[in-house]
Design a protein around this ligand. Structure first.
Ligand code: MAN
Length: 570
């Protein structure tokens, strides 16, 4: 069949080639140039005798009477270029000494010898056309596969979405159920924890109150210099800390004011009325004495402090601050050099063998010449004691563990929380998957889903300066070859081909903003190829980039070889 067509075309071409016509006239125009009738200019403006055609004189305004000479400025010369492709040139190029037509017919005056290379050109053209056709065939075949896969993927994703929407409803129900169980488990947990914490806070308050009372009792004992269990104006007057107006002496009025208008106060009155007002500035009279350079220590009896009553639920423990205060008083009373004015003082602790060591540990211990007995500077010893006290204090202030029943409630609530969190995480994961699928299904992957094959893939192209990357339907970037960070050139925007040819190009927009310019953007131009690849990258205007992209998805059905092709071969 192909062979018969070829023979037929040869015969037709032979006949056509032999149709007589003036020089420079295409076969298709031959019928207008008949030697037996006058010639009518093609614009219809004139009729001239046939002998005037190609007489090297321009008669027709449209130049159609001189197709084979250069007489008419706007005339056209037709070269048949048998074996290659026909060509129309300006008739001014006829006999101008340059071979314009591959068959050399434009240079007929013999002044120049033009070689007819139409055959070679035709061969090359056909080879190129064959190559392209082959490429198109191959690409188009691949495209059919991508169409198939794209359609399948779409169907599959639709089904997945449907399933996930159903799962979502179930997961929402599970989450609600778990939320209910969590709330149910958390209520008794909170109640038990609150109870425990409240009891602990009360215990702390009680301990603090106890400590405060002890401080007040100590202060009372320290101020009660004559040990008559009363604090009188004269005992107040001797101490500069009560010199409120700083005039060097504590006046009667000042002293009275501190005793809340009384001449003297007993311990209860002192603790209740006086201590709250003086505790902010109260210093042990000892330290006041020392500040004055008086080395004489005043020792006082440690007040009898009963251990704090135990609260149910909390273990009995030492209150380190209280203990330290007690020890301090005990040591003072037992110091050999310290005068002990009140022999009736009873010290529970001063019989201990390690009393001296304990005393050395106390804040008040100050060895001669500023060193501790072990050679350590006194300041360091004091600081160490403070740190130790702080640690003890922190330990004491730490809330004890919850009781077993509360622990069981916490464990149950933890379990309920875990189950709720798991349900919530599963729901969130499903929601994310739904979002991804919706985004996929909401994207235009071409008239037949063929471009979906590019989705999720990235393609790179490197030129002299940069490596460009296109992640299809996602983003485009640029990275300097010399190193440095990636610059966003844009995110997937839309199909942007001209008019009908919408799928010829894509736009990636809103990339990193260009200094003093627009946000970067990329236009990707597609062409048919047998593989997916970026074939070029350029920046036609600042921060506006253009990528060439070859892909089978852009191949069209290859044209069948036409009779023209066969004709051109002749
Ligand atoms: C960078 C690159 C270039 C761009 C300039 C604009 O160097 O992104 O492509 O032209 O910035 O300042």
């Amino acid at each position: 069949m192909k062979y018969q067509l070829f023979i037929l075309c040869c015969l037709v071409s032979l006949c056509l080639a032999t149709i007589p016509r003036p020089r420079g006239v295409a076969i298709s125009m031959a019928s207008f140039y008949r030697p037996d009738v006058p010639f009518r200019c093609r614009d219809g403006s004139k009729e001239i005798p046939f002998e005037y055609v190609n007489d090297d004189y321009c008669d027709c305004p449209d130049g159609t009477d001189e197709p084979g000479t250069s007489a008419c400025p706007g005339g056209k010369f037709h070269c048949t270029n048998a074996g290659f492709r026909p060509l129309n040139i300006l008739s001014s190029r006829v006999n101008d000494g340059i071979c314009d037509c591959c068959d050399g017919t434009d240079e007929w005056d013999g002044n120049i010898d033009c070689v007819n290379n139409c055959k070679e050109l035709g061969k090359k053209m056909r080879e190129e056309a064959d190559r392209i056709r082959q490429l198109q065939e191959e690409g188009y075949k691949l495209k059919q596969k991508f169409i198939e896969e794209g359609k399948q993927a779409k169907e599959q994703k639709k089904a997945e979405l449907e399933q996930l929407e159903k799962n979502k409803i179930e997961l929402e129900a599970v989450k609600t159920e778990m939320e209910g169980k969590k709330t149910e488990a958390e209520a008794p947990e909170k109640e038990a924890k609150d109870k425990h914490e409240q009891a602990w806070n009360e215990e702390l308050e009680r301990r603090n109150a106890e400590k405060e009372r002890l401080r007040a009792e100590i202060a009372f004992a320290e101020l009660d210099a004559n040990k008559d269990n009363k604090i009188s104006l004269s005992e107040i007057k001797g101490l500069s800390m009560f010199d409120v107006d700083s005039n060097g002496e504590v006046s009667d009025d000042e002293a009275k004011e501190h005793l809340e208008g009384e001449e003297e106060v007993d311990q209860d009155h002192f603790i209740l009325k006086v201590w709250p007002n003086i505790k902010q500035f109260y210093k042990s009279p000892d330290s006041e004495e020392q500040a004055k350079g008086d080395n004489q220590e005043v020792t006082t009896e440690p007040p009898e402090v009963l251990p704090p009553p135990l609260r149910p639920g909390f273990p009995r423990h030492r209150n380190p601050a209280v203990e330290r205060q007690r020890q301090l008083f005990a040591k003072r009373a037992s110091l050999p050099d310290s005068p002990t004015p009140h022999d009736d003082v009873v010290d529970d602790d001063n019989d201990d063998d390690d009393d001296d060591d304990e005393y050395e540990d106390s804040e008040e211990y100050k060895p001669a010449k500023g060193t501790a007995p072990g050679g350590q500077p006194a300041l360091i010893v004091k600081e160490e004691n403070k740190t130790e006290d702080n640690k003890d204090q922190q330990e004491e202030d730490k809330m004890p563990d919850y009781d077993e029943a509360t622990k069981a409630l916490i464990a149950a609530a933890d379990e309920a929380r875990q189950q709720f969190n798991d349900a919530d995480a599963k729901l969130k994961e499903t929601e994310n998957q739904i979002r991804d699928l919706q985004s996929y299904l909401g994207t235009d992957y071409g008239p037949n889903e063929e471009y979906s094959v590019l989705k999720g893939n990235c393609y790179e192209y490197t030129d002299r300066e940069y490596t460009y990357k296109l992640c299809a339907f996602d983003r485009a970037t640029q990275r300097p070859k010399s190193g440095g960070s990636e610059t966003s050139l844009g995110n997937w925007g839309k199909w942007d081909g001209p008019g009908e040819d919408k799928y010829a190009a894509q736009k990636y927009e809103n990339g990193q903003s260009c200094w003093n310019g627009p946000n970067r953007s990329v236009k990707v131009y597609f062409k048919c190829g047998t593989e997916h690849k970026v074939t070029s990258a350029s920046e036609p205007s600042r921060c506006e980039y253009a990528f060439g992209f070859e892909t089978p998805t852009h191949c069209t059905a290859p044209p069948t070889r036409s009779a023209d092709d066969v004709h051109d071969e002749l």
